[in-house]
Unconditional design. Structure first.
Length: 286
């Protein structure tokens, strides 16, 4: 099996420790500087892309899963539009295009890029958007073309975050905004490895080192952005997906409200959020 060895996406070559050996050819390492957990060795790019295409292939099940996130997507769109009220939006990893619903024309021109060709076709047709099947860098958009570039729940899969952020900086307008939504590292690890995972899922660990490539702490994400020419300007805790179980929804909503209230006191609170949104602008070096 073809594998790739990589360094920490934030710090580059650095001291690491083994964080998870789940008896696969891949494994998770933790950077001792920034505490980012990342897969190395990891599956080769062509294998990863193929598995993502299959996982996100258009289907009725995919539509149903994506619909659970509509309240969070609506809220994210509102946060973004507090800073940018119109222009060209590029949604990277746009899936079936639900995010486009909250950026209506004529104020917004909607663009997307998506690895799954079937999801890209559905998204373009359904939302009258210009969606390319492929990766961010293969799309080769014009220089300084977009006002907003969003990466919703997909930054864990970027082949090379530093190279991809360089491409975003190339195609984003100088006063534009990048929006990154990810899961809090502490929340995910507490939920997915140990007694909680055993209680809720019947297994000690539900993480897989051949799936997500990176798990960032908020401070690590901030450092990654700043190292690559972006300044974070806002952080927001987001609600969990809506479920049919009223009790679970009540617990999730209470958790969300609590951490939303605490988030203003410390950025580290984001580490315990099920999802959070970071908004950043290019740093002006002129």
């Amino acid at each position: 099996m073809e594998l790739e060895q990589i360094d920490c996406p934030v710090c580059g070559p650095s001291q690491t420790s083994l964080w998870l050996d789940d008896h696969k050819p891949t494994r998770y390492l933790r950077c001792k500087k920034c505490a980012t957990v990342f897969a190395s060795p990891r599956l080769a790019q062509k294998v990863r892309h193929s598995s993502v295409e299959i996982a996100w292939d258009y289907s009725a099940d995919l539509l149903a899963r994506e619909a659970l996130r509509l309240p969070a997507l609506k809220q994210e769109a509102e946060y973004i539009q507090q800073h940018v009220q119109g222009g060209r939006l590029l949604d990277v990893g746009c899936s079936t295009g639900d995010f486009f619903k909250f950026f209506p024309p004529p104020a917004w021109e909607r663009y997307g890029v998506e690895l799954s060709a079937s999801a890209a076709e559905y998204s373009a047709r359904t939302h009258k958007a210009q969606v390319m099947a492929g990766t961010l860098r293969s799309a080769n958009w014009p220089v300084k073309y977009f006002d907003v570039i969003s990466m919703i729940d997909m930054f864990y899969y970027m082949d090379d975050p530093r190279a991809d952020l360089a491409e975003i900086r190339r195609i984003l307008k100088p006063n534009g905004m990048v929006a990154i939504e990810i899961t809090g590292q502490a929340y995910m690890f507490f939920r997915s490895r140990g007694p909680v995972a055993l209680l809720m899922d019947g297994r000690w660990c539900r993480l897989s080192s051949d799936s997500h490539l990176y798990w960032f702490k908020p401070a690590g994400l901030k450092q990654l952005l700043e190292n690559n020419g972006f300044q974070p300007v806002a952080w927001h805790v987001l609600p969990s997906p809506v479920r049919s179980d009223r009790f679970s929804d009540f617990v999730s909503y209470t958790y969300y409200r609590l951490f939303s209230a605490l988030a203003g006191r410390s950025m580290s609170v984001m580490n315990w959020a099920p999802k959070y949104l970071c908004l950043a602008r290019p740093i002006d070096h002129s």
